[in-house]
Design a protein around this ligand. Structure first.
Ligand SMILES: C[S@@+](CC[C@H](N)C(=O)[O-])C[C@H]1O[C@@H](n2cnc3c(N)ncnc32)[C@H](O)[C@@H]1O
Length: 273
């Protein structure tokens, strides 16, 4: 059955990321092989062509590389903590909970705004190790529903840039206060990217998109937001260029990786606490 996907603003962004993962996964050399994304795009009653009026072809590799890096970090953590709780924040329609080969003891919580979770529940099963929570991550008290005694893996993919810096700090502090130990995985843009989207705010709004609010200047910055987080790794996305199967995009990412300003425009970060 086709499902309607009527979103604007920040919720609509998850349709763009879904579409790009689906597109990338249809190629025979796919980096991510997110076949669920491709199936969901076919099940949604939505004109995906309006999301990408100027192409966006190279962005499908950006999405695949970031998801793959997070999948690898998540698999590594869950291999060491097979009884962990996973908090997947701003999950959108992402299939990570079903894409990864999870140890049997893992409990997984997919969290997003209520309208996104309503749609998600129509598209995905809810087995007993898996729950969805429809809430803003900035709302008070939602974390109280999560079991607190186990190691936690927090994944925030494509989320923190849409929240204010104060909301981000509060969220991370609440996570640090609630869980004894864990890892935090996130992605973040350089300040110049945030400023650029703010200058383009009107154009973005016409297409139904918000601009970004929060930059991640460095991994050390998160340690200042909440001293319980210990910076482990930061990987420029374009440094993963060798995984791109199409030569023209591999070369573009490689050139971006060679120039300091563009090398660090978008990074993946990993923290322990
Ligand atoms: C760019 S999408 C990324 C979705 C998903 N992680 C992916 O990679 O496909 C951003 C997601 O963050 C969600 N989001 C934005 N603000 C949120 C908030 N305050 N609380 C929970 N989710 C939020 C949006 O609804 C959207 O699903």
């Amino acid at each position: 059955m086709m499902e309607k996907a009527d979103f604007t603003g920040v919720e609509q962004t998850m349709l763009a990321t879904l579409y790009l993962r689906a597109w990338e996964s249809r190629s025979k050399d796919s980096i991510l092989r997110d076949h669920v994304a491709a199936e969901l795009v076919d099940r949604l009653d939505y004109d995906f062509s309006k999301l990408m009026p100027h192409g966006g072809a190279g962005n499908r590799f950006m999405l695949a590389l970031r998801a793959k890096q997070l999948d690898e970090w998540a698999t590594d953590f869950l291999g060491r903590h097979p009884d962990a709780v996973v908090l997947h924040l701003g999950c959108g329609l992402d299939s990570r909970a079903f894409r990864l080969d999870l140890p049997a003891g893992v409990r997984w919580f997919d969290v997003d705004l209520p309208a996104v979770i309503d749609l998600r529940r129509k598209l995905y099963p809810e087995p007993d190790w898996y729950r969805t929570i429809g809430t803003s991550v900035t709302a008070p008290a939602w974390l109280e529903a999560i079991p607190a005694g186990r190691p936690v893996l927090v994944i925030a993919e494509g989320l923190l840039m849409y929240l204010t810096e104060d909301d981000n700090k509060l969220l991370l502090q609440q996570i640090a206060d609630r869980f004894p130990t864990g890892e935090l995985l996130l992605d973040g843009f350089a300040p110049w990217v945030i400023r650029m989207t703010q200058r383009m705010a009107k154009t973005l709004a016409r297409r139904g998109y918000p601009s970004y609010s929060t930059a991640i200047r460095s991994g050390r910055e998160i340690e200042k937001w909440s001293p319980r987080f210990r910076y482990l790794e930061g990987i420029p996305l374009v440094s993963l260029y060798a995984k791109i199967p199409l030569p023209v995009y591999r070369l573009t990412y490689r050139l971006m990786n060679a120039i300091p300003a563009t090398r660090n425009f978008y990074r993946m970060f990993r923290f322990a606490f």
